[in-house]
Design a protein around this ligand. Structure first.
Ligand SMILES: [Zn+2]
Length: 213
């Protein structure tokens, strides 16, 4: 079974990838895993990808697709796989379909839907100590005294990446890019939407049902 997981940052999709793969008896991989692996092995594709990242620009689709295809073509993944967060653009989705058409194509695409205000709530509120770097979270692990580190008394601050307007922008970019991908798989009858705002157990149950039925 060949499965794709889609969902914005904070949707909990990454948490489900391993259990879905385990349930299906296949491996899961994300494009981030592939980038790191190619960097580590210092492959030609890894060096090419780094040359774009160092310039602060997106790695072009064809480089990412080559890495994904390289992984899919590994005999260990002949029985199926879970792709976590790839394809991310319509062009990548079309290219992937062309590449694996002879294998029978993608079987199922799970989209983890979470409302934007809930995503912002989940992704903001992180604070870090300036002195000892201990992380805190306004809701899940607040310090005893607001703005002060429990361990060393240092000042807590919010990283730029964790600020609400930056998080909102990141979610917006994701939605703009992936909405056409969601529609592409929906029209192909392969899309299953998962309510990402349900409890972790309920999300897990719905995910396994979506790849079983
Ligand atoms: Zn501290």
């Amino acid at each position: 079974m060949r499965v794709i997981l889609m969902g914005p940052p904070g949707s909990g999709k990454g948490t489900q990838a391993a259990s879905i793969a385990n349930h299906l008896g296949v491996e899961s991989v994300s494009s981030g895993d592939l980038f790191r692996d190619h960097q580590k092995r210092d492959t030609e594709l890894g060096r090419l990808a780094r040359s774009f990242m160092e310039r602060g620009v997106y790695v072009p689709d064809d480089v990412t697709i080559k890495m994904v295809m390289d992984w899919i073509d590994d005999p260990a993944h002949a029985n199926g796989f879970v792709l976590d967060g790839f394809p991310r653009t319509h062009a990548q989705a079309v290219a992937l379909d062309e590449e694996i058409e002879s294998l029978g194509g993608i079987d199922r695409v799970l989209f983890f839907r979470v409302a934007q205000n809930e995503l912002v709530r989940r992704l903001t509120g992180r604070m870090i100590c300036r002195q000892c770097q201990t992380p805190y979270h306004a809701q899940s692990s607040p310090p005893n005294t607001e703005g002060v580190c429990d361990r060393c008394g240092g000042e807590l601050y919010e990283r730029n990446d964790d600020k609400a307007e930056v998080v909102t922008k990141r979610i917006q970019i994701y939605s703009d890019e992936t909405e056409p991908v969601v529609e592409y798989y929906r029209s192909g009858g392969k899309l299953r939407e998962i309510d990402g705002e349900a409890s972790i157990d309920a999300v897990s149950e719905a995910s396994l049902a979506a790849v079983s039925g």
